[in-house]
Design a protein around this ligand. Sequence first.
Ligand SMILES: Nc1ncnc2c1ncn2[C@@H]1O[C@H](COP(=O)(O)OP(=O)(O)O)[C@@H](O)[C@H]1O
Ligand SMILES: [Mg+2]
Length: 251
Amino acid sequence: MKSVIEIRNLTMKFGELMANEDVSFDIENNGIVSLIGPNGAGKTTLFNCVTGFYKPFSGKVTYWDEAGVEQDITGRPTHEICRKGITRNFQIVKTLSEMTVEQNIMTGAFLHTNKTSEARDLAEGVLRRTGLLARKDILGRNLTIAERKRVEIARALATEPRVLMLDECMAGLNQTEIKDVMNLILDLKAQGLTLLVVEHIMEAIMPISDKIVVLDSGKKIAEGPPQEIANNDEVIKAYLGEKYHAKSKKS
Ligand SMILES: Nc1ncnc2c1ncn2[C@@H]1O[C@H](COP(=O)(O)OP(=O)(O)O)[C@@H](O)[C@H]1O
Ligand SMILES: [Mg+2]
């Protein structure tokens, strides 16, 4: 399948610390790629490098736009990358607490318009797609954690991305809420989006991912389809542990 983003030899240093070291992988068009690994493995750093929040020390990030035109986006400013169609959420939720759900989502829509009415129309479509329409007038500060995480996804969607990058959007949610987010991610894929997902909850990641990339201490240690990753000895040792391995083998 064709790639929308190609990451090649990406390296990011903080002083002497190699947060990403020579990482290469592709994000295929309309696929769900999951990025997993222990805390401190460099997952959020990679998001920051791809979306322009950090300028990588070395390496290259290439993007193919809707017309198939190849673009070097390495170290480009965040707003330029977002405008090209690559949007991310944040691991730490940044819901605007004194704004309503609708207004939160409209802040995303203002990437494409400076007219309030147009932003509201765009937000309404997103409210429907994300099941938040009934909550549109609730203030950010009165939302549950699951709703906040959903609003973050909705705000990102309001920028009309082709590639959506989600950093731990299931952390802190209960089983039902996790299922809801899994379904939302699958819906977004069905609507044509490409997704890069960072997540720790393997039971959620395994069934929805087309491909899993594993980072450990900044380096890529494995890449492949979910079942292959679940049975990869190095991944089990570094991250999954015997428990998940045993469980996935039984099923
Ligand atoms: N802005 C920063 N300055 C210094 N060190 C950082 C910074 N951001 C991340 N790190 C370090 O880089 C490593 C990777 O962090 P991070 O990308 O957040 O990992 P993950 O998201 O996989 O948990 C960690 O050792 C972390 O402490
Ligand atoms: Mg992180």
